[in-house]
Design a protein around this ligand. Structure first.
Ligand SMILES: Nc1ncnc2c1ncn2[C@@H]1O[C@H](COP(=O)(O)OP(=O)(O)OP(=O)(O)O)[C@@H](O)[C@H]1O
Length: 268
């Protein structure tokens, strides 16, 4: 299957609500110290782009620029043609779930739905849809501190999906989870993004995770990060058995290629 078949196009109904991203000659400095760039990148509607690189190369900074939380020092970032608006242009998931621990799952999701302007009467239906989408049916009345770390991260994903933003940004969301939970969440995220067709940018250290999730992987050089490698991931995205995929020769060849590029870029 070619990468163009995997990457949904603008005509695909699943991507009609998806964002494009254009990053042109972008650098970002904190107090005069350049953290990332110069970077040029284009993300097409419906793509699942994964940014990989060594610690400190600027992955989170790039994601924060796309979210509009930071402004580029040079160059421009455009989401569907306009400057990103913090908290509006994208649903964002961080490494820690950042939920209200004393509230229930329902309470956390209802806040997100209210913030997204969803009518009170529609909230129960939307909430049930979101919980089903992230595999959390039956947990609505549990408090955040009563559920596991993996379940909390699922709530964070559901919350980020609540506003139906055309862009979904995730910054190492599974880094703190055990290996099995991490694999389950990767599988669910792969399914959810395939269902919604939403443009997604995901940050990770892991070559394995990058190849499993991405329709394209971008490896950054060590800080200040620039693009060291862009690799289309030509693995099937719909109706796949996750274990078979992880054990396939194609998956492992791509994984080795990305891991090698990360190592080389970090040493350069
Ligand atoms: N708010 C900040 N103020 C000053 N420097 C910062 C700030 N945020 C990040 N940096 C610096 O910018 C560089 C890139 O950081 P960033 O967090 O973007 O990298 P990263 O690749 O996401 O790292 P990690 O994988 O460890 O999370 C680092 O040198 C970091 O110390």
């Amino acid at each position: 299957m070619s990468s163009s078949e995997i990457t949904k196009t603008a005509e695909d109904p699943r991507t009609s609500q998806s964002a494009s991203i254009r990053i042109e000659h972008v650098t970002h400095a904190y107090g005069g110290v350049t953290a990332v760039g110069p970077v040029d990148l284009t993300v097409r509607p419906g793509e699942f782009l994964v940014l990989v690189g060594a610690s400190g190369c600027g992955k989170s900074t790039l994601l924060r620029l796309i979210a509009g939380f930071e402004q580029p020092t040079h160059g421009s970032v455009r989401v569907s043609g306009t400057a990103p608006r913090p908290g509006k242009s994208a649903g964002v998931v961080f490494q820690t779930p950042r939920l209200f621990p004393w509230r229930t799952v329902r309470g956390n999701l209802d806040l997100a739905l209210r913030y997204a302007g969803v009518d009170w009467a529609q909230r129960p239906t939307r909430r049930a849809e979101l919980l089903a989408r992230v595999g959390l049916e039956g947990t609505a009345e549990r408090r955040i501190w009563e559920i596991s770390g993996g379940q909390q991260q699922r709530v964070a994903i559901a919350r980020a999906l609540a506003a139906e933003n055309p862009l979904f940004l995730l910054d190492e969301p599974f880094a703190a989870l055990d290996a099995l939970t991490r694999e389950r969440l990767q599988e669910d995220l792969r399914r959810v993004t395939a269902q919604t067709g939403r443009t997604t940018v995901f940050v990770t250290h892991s070559a394995d995770e990058a190849v499993f999730l991405g329709s394209r992987v971008v490896v950054l050089t060590k800080g200040p990060g620039t693009v060291a490698l862009e690799l289309p991931i030509t693995l099937p995205r719909d109706d796949v058995d996750a274990d078979e995929l992880r054990e396939s020769r194609e998956f492992n060849e791509l994984r080795v290629r990305v891991a090698h590029a990360v190592k080389t870029a970090a040493a350069a």
